[in-house]
Design a protein around this ligand. Sequence first.
Ligand code: 4AD
Ligand code: MG
Length: 513
Amino acid sequence: MVAVKFIVMTYIKELGKHVGAEVELRGWNAQKRDSKGLVFMTFRDGTGFCQAVFDINNIGEETFDRIKRLPQESSLWLKGTVKSDERQIGGFEIAVSATGVIAEADEYPITPKEHGVDFLMDNRHLWLRSRRQWAIMRVRNRIIFAIHEFFQQRGFVQMDAPIFTGNACEGTSTLFETDYYGEPAYLSQSGQLYGEAMAMAQGLIYTFGPTFRAEKSKTRRHLSEFWMIEPEMAFYDLKMDMDLIEDFIRFVVGTVLESCKEELKALERNTSYLEKVKEPFIRMKYEDAVSVIKGEKEVNGRTSLQMLQEEEDGLRAEVAALQKDIADREQKIAGGELRKGEVNFNRAKIDQLKNDIKDLQEKLDNIPQWLNSAKNFERGNDFGGSDETVLTKMFGQPVMVYNWPQAVKAFYMKEDETDKGYAKGVDLLAPEGYGEVVGGGERETDIDRLKHKIVEHELPMSAFEWYLDLRRFGNIPHSGFGLGLERLVAWICGLQHIRETIPFPRSYGRLLP
Ligand code: 4AD
Ligand code: MG
C-alpha cells in the first residue's frame, strides 16, 4: 500500500495547532521583499497575517520567478511547514514547499508607503484589507458580541425599533427627511421611545440598530449613520441606570482586553487607561463637574488650569529633548566620521524624531483652546468636546456626569423633584479625550409635564399621542441609556477619528464607496 500524506487545509488563526506539520493556506500577498533566492511574503487569509518564505531551491526557478514578480494583493494558495517564530508577524512562519497563483492583481493603489486620508477613504473597500483596519473590524465584532452577551445573560429581550419614524426623539435639528408614500417620514434618530413601549411589555429590553443624524459638519466624533444600543428598564431609577452603565462598560471593555490581545497589539494600543474600567467610575453632578472644568474646584490637589499648565510644560520639555537628540545626530553626520550604514540609520532616526515632534506639537496646539474654553465655560451650557476632555483628563478614568440643566436635555427626561430645574440624565465620558460614549437617564412619568415639554420643544403633539399612552396605561418609573457603538470602538482601539470604526462610514460630504 502507498503511504498517503494528508495535508491539513487550515487558517492562519489555527496555525498554533499545526507547528511542525505541513498545511495548506489560501489567501493574499499583503506585502513582500526578496533577497538572493528567497521571497519573504506577509501572507494574509482573513483570519490573520503570517510570514511565508519561498525558497528557489524548494519551489523551482519558474514558480519562484512568478512569486518574485507577483503584484501586491494577488491571491494564491500555498503548502508548507509551520514554524513558530515570535519575531514574525502573527508569530508564525511557513516554509513553502508548493504554491500556485489564483489571480494576479492589477497594480494595487494602496502601497506600504503613507497615503492621505481622503485617498484611503476613497479606497475604503480596499483599505479594509490593511492590518490596522483588519484589527479594528475584529475588535468591533467582539464588542458587538460582548454587548449581546451582557444583556442576554441578564435576561434582556432584544427588540428592533423601526427605522422610518413619524416623530423626532432627540430634537428636530438632525432629522433626515424621506418621502414615505407622499408623506414625510424621518430616519430614526433613536429607538428609545419604541424601547419604552416594549419595556412595558417585556420589562427589560435593548435595541441594537442603525441611527441617523444629519450632522452638517465634519468632526472626529460624529457620523451621519451610526449604530446605537439602547436598553430600557422598567422600574429602574437613575441610580440603578448608572449602576447598569458601569457594569456594562466594565464587561465590554474587559472582554475586549481579554479576547483581542493580538488586535490591540496590532493597533499599538496602550491599554493602561482601558484597565482603569476595573475601578469604580467617578460620578458627579453637572454643577460639580462645571466647577472642576472652570478650575474652581481641585481634584487630587490641583485645578484644571494647573493640570493643563503642567501638561503644556511636560509636552514642551519632551519637544526640547527630541530637538536636542536631532541636533546631536545632525552634528555627528556633519562630522563625516560615520560609516554609510550609520549615516542612514541616523537619518532615518531623525525623520522619526521629526514626526514625533509633529505629534507632540499637535497636542500642544490644543491646550490654549482647552484652557480658554475651560475658563470661559458658562454654567448652564451643554459640554463641548474640549470641556469633556478637560474633565476626564482630571481623573484619567470614565466619569459619569448626572443631573443636567433641563434646558440642554431632551423632552423625555425626568425632572429631579429634589433638585428643581435639573433633569435626571447621565452622560458617561470616556477618558483620553474620547468624551461622551453613553447618554441616558430616568424618564419623565408625569403626563402633564411631558405634554408641556413637547410643546416647549416645538414637537407635534399628534405624533406623540401613542407615547403618552405609556403614561396613561400602567405608568411606572423607568430608565434607559444609549451607547454609540462607534464611539466605543474608537476609544477601545485608541483611534484619532470615528471614520475608521465602521466598515463604510457615512458622514457629511461622503456617500461613496
Ligand atoms: O446622547 P444621545 O443623543 O441619546 C439618545 O439618543 C437617547 N435616546 C439614548 C437613550 O437614553 N436611550 O445619543 C446616545 C449616544 C451618544 O452618547 C453617542 O455615543 C452616540 O449615541 N452618538 C453618536 N455617535 C456617532 N455619531 C453621532 N452623530 C452620534 N450622536 C450620538
Ligand atoms: Mg447625548
